[in-house]
Write a protein that binds this ligand. Structure first.
Ligand code: G3H
Ligand code: 13P
Ligand code: ZN
Length: 305
């Protein structure tokens, strides 16, 4: 069966990455479904804890059913689950994979909680992502002030002791629109050390949005005010995909930004428009366009379904 594990292994073998795309409403999910279906790309649709409570479990499951119909290679994933309870709930209602993010805890407690989630999820055939190190950034439920890079030795011990299926590594990316004050960098040397200890193991990059300057310009030109925005460089992401074992790339900010900048533009230009389909539809199209570009040019997952 072509399940998530099948595609993670395929991505490791052929050096492409599954986009893990966050959604929080129908339009953002439609943008993801359209972009991945048209490019015949396998991908993950991710729901954060806060998106989960915003939409409600019933809506998440109902929307996810549509997703499988239109692209059978889309997999539903809980992003940054902070507790055993929320991970268990996601497993119970049919998610394909969950992330237990216990990276704020010390190593021993992170292992203990992650292992507990793994034990439960694996019984039901659900894959688990863990995190070691801390990814900088502030977004609702996901907060860390400074980078704490992943220690390769700890990563090795963590994977062996917990039995996780994917590992999120902290190598210099961060969540949100302000990722760097200077030029974007990635600690690819740390990645290499992790890969030497954990050969052929699926690694995950969070905070991987590229934060296109053109989108920021649109956002700011139409009444927004985003300062000093800077994302990860395409070149570095490509290196992580083509020369390393990064097989899942988390992207939320680029979807929000494309969606909202275009919606902002439509609302500003059409001051009498009251029909949400008119402006949300334009936001959805822009998000689809950005995702299609990323799938083709960065993740290299087009045609891999
Ligand atoms: O990694 C974090 C995601 O971007 C989720 O953010 O909790 O605001 O939905 P959120
Ligand atoms: P961005 O904020 O860079 O899109 O990262 C999203 C993410 O890591 C979700 O888990
Ligand atoms: Zn993340």
């Amino acid at each position: 069966m072509k399940d998530l594990r099948f595609y993670l292994n395929k991505a490791l073998k052929y050096h492409f990455a599954l986009g893990a795309f966050n959604f929080c409403n129908m339009e953002s999910l439609q943008a993801i479904i359209n972009a991945t279906a048209k490019t015949k790309s396998p991908a993950i649709i991710a729901v954060s804890e806060s998106a989960f409570s915003y939409m409600g479990a019933d809506f998440v499951i109902a929307l996810a059913k549509v997703e499988k119909k239109q692209n059978p290679a889309l997999f539903l994933h809980l992003d940054h689950g902070k507790t055993y309870e929320i991970c268990k709930k996601a497993v119970d209602i049919g998610f394909d994979s969950v992330m237990i993010d216990a990276s704020m805890l010390d190593f021993k407690d992170n292992v203990r909680l992650t292992k507990k989630v793994v034990n439960y999820a694996h019984k039901k055939g659900v894959l688990v992502e863990g995190e070691i190190g801390q990814i900088k950034g502030v977004e609702d439920n996901v907060q860390s002030k400074d980078h704490v890079y992943t220690s390769p030795n700890e990563a090795f011990k963590f994977v062996k002791q917990t039995g996780v299926d994917m590992l999120a590594v902290a190598i210099g990316t961060s969540h949100g629109v302000n990722k760097y004050s200077k030029n974007p960098t990635l600690k690819l040397d740390i990645l290499t050390q992790i890969e030497n200890l954990l050969p052929c193991f699926p690694l995950v990059l969070h905070g991987a949005s590229t934060v296109e300057p053109a989108l920021i310009e649109t956002f700011n030109n139409y009444g927004g005010n985003l300062d000093k925005a800077k994302g990860v460089s395409e070149q570095l992401l490509l290196q992580a995909v083509l020369q390393h074992n990064i097989v899942k790339i988390n992207t939320d900010t680029d979807i929000r930004l494309s969606f909202t900048s275009q919606t902002r533009k439509e609302l500003t230009l059409n001051k009498k428009e009251i029909d949400p389909r008119k402006y949300l539809g334009k936001g959805r199209n822009m998000a689809e366009q950005i995702l299609t570009y990323k799938i083709n040019n960065i993740f290299k997952s087009a045609g891999k379904r």
